[in-house]
Design a protein around this ligand. Sequence first.
Ligand SMILES: CC(C)(COP(=O)(O)OP(=O)(O)OC[C@H]1O[C@@H](n2cnc3c(N)ncnc32)[C@H](O)[C@@H]1OP(=O)(O)O)[C@@H](O)C(=O)NCCC(=O)NCCS
Length: 168
Amino acid sequence: MLFTLKDGSVVRIRPIEPTDKDILAVAHGRLSEETVYLRFLSAKPRLSGSELRYLTEVDGENHFALIAVMADRPDDVVAVARFVRSSDDPGTAEAAVVVGDPFQHQGLGRQLGLMLADAARARGIRRFTATTLGTNLAAHRLMTAISRRLSSDYPAGATRTLVAELAA
Ligand SMILES: CC(C)(COP(=O)(O)OP(=O)(O)OC[C@H]1O[C@@H](n2cnc3c(N)ncnc32)[C@H](O)[C@@H]1OP(=O)(O)O)[C@@H](O)C(=O)NCCC(=O)NCCS
């Protein structure tokens, strides 16, 4: 599907494919250190081969991922969103979204979050968890936007796990 950012840029959102490894690696290298840290909670200047396999070779059922690319430049990755179902609790999945720095705060994260939630519900998932820095207001707002009810565990150090009961 096509989605228009607040600055007028048009992106195409589609399921991620194994052939996206190279463009994903390039896009990761363009992320700021802060964005990488907020997403992965660690420094990660580049993605390894096994990380790229993990991130792109998804089954679409227990591990579902969307990629957003510029509509007129399909090799330019703008954002990625995914959920991974818990092996202990099939009704719960860990969700993660990352939007490239120049494209943040323009509505794309929220759109991807809503699409992830739709895909999750269609696969029997009722709850998303997301571990973020306690100060990550954008992630908190994004989880609120897709939730019927949002809670968080007690802050453990600088990170906390947000738990979103997905809206019907
Ligand atoms: C978190 C992230 C995915 C949000 O995506 P985005 O496209 O920037 O966010 P959106 O423009 O869709 O906004 C989502 C909500 O966050 C709010 N928001 C966005 N940026 C914000 C900021 N810097 N400070 C406070 N609130 C912010 C928006 O107002 C919106 O809230 P609303 O729905 O109540 O109006 C994106 O900023 C990002 O990639 N951050 C780095 C990685 C990360 O933190 N990932 C989440 C942890 S897994």
